[in-house]
Design a protein around this ligand. Structure first.
Ligand code: COI
Length: 356
């Protein structure tokens, strides 16, 4: 267990907010940050004073280990505003639990949960004017930890920064996406880091995704690294398949991320009486279901995109179009999730957390 020198949050406020420079109707995802950020350094074996300070560039040595060995983890979460200007988080305990799991896998010291929660609530509360009301609008919260010790020896850093940035965002994808099923590249491998949010998992997707984009697809459906036989994730999201009226998703494993949206959808499906199967699904089974007409929907699920409907998938030079179903599970889960996140409905699951 890691100690912290002081739990008392130190706060430095901006003198002038930059909120008036922002065009909230034309945001590029994650490009604009709020006035404040959270920062806490790890050195001499413990986390130092947790600090909220004005957002801005920071000094970091080019010799810092993060630049050489990618010792970095992150999280994605959101804050939402309801019609009464009250602000809510969605299952934040899941994110701190997961970033600590990611940190452990990347040999980064875990961050104290109570300090994280206090910092998060204070930071979101301080910059809550940056959260726009209305569906699709939210504040994307980006906790991350990076290795800051100077040195290019290939060994874990003795110094780190744990930070939280906040970016006002609109919807991640504007419409349904076309995906290509991976035949060669993989996002993760057994025994690797696919189950955690290691920064490099995402960087390694850019090249194969760019190749898929050249062919007219926006994202890749990742398959297992051994045989490219099993359907595992879609782009940066978990992936769901609806065959007849059964909802199928891959089991979490050391290759597959335990997504918060994924697990919420599974729980909502059970609550709605929808049959679910958490099992491996092969590409062959998918193509067969498409031929039989029993494949009704494919959608991705993640914090940034919420639920992202897939309109087409490509495999071995053939493009398959998904039918347009009237009783779409994707639309229904998206609505239920957003109603819950934006405080428009009861929360039978206890997932919504108000920021006071
Ligand atoms: C998220 O959904 O928060 C993600 O991890 C996607 C992110 C890479 C934009």
């Amino acid at each position: 267990m890691n100690t912290i020198t002081t739990k008392k949050l130190h706060i430095e406020r901006v003198t002038t907010s930059s909120i008036h420079e922002v065009d909230f109707t034309n945001l590029v995802f994650g490009k604009t940050f709020t006035d404040h950020m959270f920062e806490c350094d790890f050195k001499d074996g413990s986390w130092q004073t947790p600090t909220i300070k004005p957002y801005g560039p920071m000094m970091i040595s080019p010799g810092a280990k993060v630049f050489h060995y990618g010792q970095a983890v992150f999280e994605g979460m959101k804050a939402y505003k309801d019609d009464n200007d009250d602000v809510f988080l969605f299952r934040p305990e899941q994110n701190i639990e997961r970033i600590n799991k990611s940190s452990m896998r990347m040999a980064i010291p875990e961050f104290p949960v109570d300090v994280f929660m206090d910092a998060l609530h204070t930071l979101v509360g301080m910059d809550k004017d940056w959260i726009q009301k209305g569906e699709g609008n939210s504040l994307y919260l980006r906790p991350f930890a990076v290795a800051t010790e100077v040195g290019v020896s290939a060994s874990p850093s003795n110094e780190y920064k744990f930070m939280i940035l906040m970016a006002p965002v609109q919807a991640y994808y504007k419409g349904a996406v076309k995906v290509l099923i991976a035949e060669k590249f993989s996002r993760s491998a057994s025994g690797g880091v696919g189950a955690v949010k290691a920064a490099g998992n995402y960087g390694a997707q850019f090249y194969p995704t760019a190749l898929a984009q050249e062919k007219g697809f926006q994202q890749i459906i990742w398959t297992d690294s051994d045989e490219h036989k099993y359907l595992e994730e879609a782009g940066t999201m978990n992936v769901f398949f609806r065959i007849n009226d059964t909802l199928i998703t891959a089991p979490v494993s050391d290759r597959i991320l335990d997504g918060v949206t994924r697990k919420s959808i599974l729980e909502m499906a059970k609550f709605n009486g929808i049959q679910t199967q958490v099992r491996k699904l092969t590409v062959e089974e998918l193509i067969e279901a498409e031929k039989q007409g029993s494949l009704k929907e494919i959608f991705g699920a993640g914090t940034a995109a919420v639920v992202s409907l897939i309109s087409h998938f490509g495999y071995k030079d053939k493009v398959y179009e998904l039918p347009k179903v009237e009783d779409s599970y994707a639309s229904s889960f998206k609505k239920q999730l957003m109603d819950l996140q934006y405080n428009k409905t009861q929360d039978p699951f206890g997932w919504r957390v108000e920021v006071k």
